[in-house]
Design a protein around this ligand. Structure first.
Ligand SMILES: [Zn+2]
Length: 52
């Protein structure tokens, strides 16, 4: 059965993180917070931006 090779994932990489864009509460800059992080630092004003 050749089909199995194509339907099953053949690498063991776990779910890759993806960014969520949040507005900085300090300066309204768009800040990317990655799915494996709870917060990020705004590159514009240095304020911590947390997920809601
Ligand atoms: Zn900011």
């Amino acid at each position: 059965m050749q089909d199995d090779f194509f339907t099953k994932p053949h690498c063991s990489v776990s779910v890759s993180p993806s960014p969520t864009v949040l507005g900085c509460p300090g300066c309204s800059e768009e800040v990317e917070v990655w799915s494996d992080e709870d917060a990020a630092v705004c590159p514009s004003c240095g304020r911590e931006v947390r997920k809601p």
